[in-house]
Design a protein around this ligand. Structure first.
Ligand code: 5RP
Length: 213
């Protein structure tokens, strides 16, 4: 079961990675919400944030933190985000909040990815949490068939439209022994926008509550 107190501790502990004058990449979710609340106390010491979702953008703006365009900022020094699962190699499943594509973009643009989780997210093998995949709507059935060929059970997250106007398929039943290989393979299927596996670009630092993994 997820633990709100550990999420708060993790969100607050990540503040120590924020340097004066930084532009901070900001993820999405309930753990990141604690980070955004803590970041507001430093808002006069940073240039602003690059956001990974409309949800986080609204939260940042509400607290007076400037939200900047990644095309204008260039590379970022720091990205802070949560996860749905994290293995001992800091490889992640993300996308429970349907924000995986922008999260992946901001993570890729950042020198250091600090992942903030509660202990319920720690696993030895990724895949108990259904793997979110963002898809172009017209490719949903095609991609579903490709997933079945690979032994997965695809479930359309009916009614959810991502910030990019796409749909989400959650894949059940995969025990992901080689996350880099699966991410690479799925990335080749036409119509997949992005896969919620963060294995090719894992986290650099993981905070479980206020403790380092
Ligand atoms: C959103 C995500 C989130 O980081 C993930 O779902 C964890 O959320 P929370 O901090 O609420 O448990 O990947 O797309």
């Amino acid at each position: 079961m997820s633990n709100a107190n550990e999420k708060r501790l993790a969100g607050e502990a990540a503040i120590r990675y924020v340097e004066d004058g930084a532009i901070v990449g900001v993820g999405t979710g309930s753990t990141v919400a604690f980070f955004i609340d803590a970041l507001a106390d430093l808002k006069d010491r940073i240039q602003g944030a690059v956001s990974s979702s409309e949800q986080s953008t609204a939260h940042l703006k509400r607290l007076g933190i400037p939200v900047l365009d990644l095309n204008a900022t260039g590379p970022l020094s720091l990205y802070v985000d949560g996860a749905d699962e994290c293995d001992p190699h800091k490889r992640l499943i993300k996308g429970g909040g349907a924000a995986l594509t922008r999260e992946k973009i901001v993570a890729q643009a950042s020198q250091k990815f600090v992942c903030i989780i509660d202990s319920s997210k720690q696993v030895n093998l990724l895949g108990k949490f259904p793997l979110p995949i963002e898809v172009i709507p017209m490719a949903r059935s095609l991609i579903g068939r490709e997933i079945v060929k690979r032994g997965g059970n695809p479930v359309w997250r009916d009614g959810v439209v991502t910030d990019n106007g796409n749909w989400i398929i959650d894949v059940h039943g995969w025990q992901i022994a080689d996350p880099v290989a699966l991410e690479t393979d799925l990335n080749q299927i036409p119509g997949i926008v992005s896969v919620g596996l963060f294995a090719r670009r894992p986290a650099d630092v993981v905070l479980v509550g206020d403790k380092l993994l």
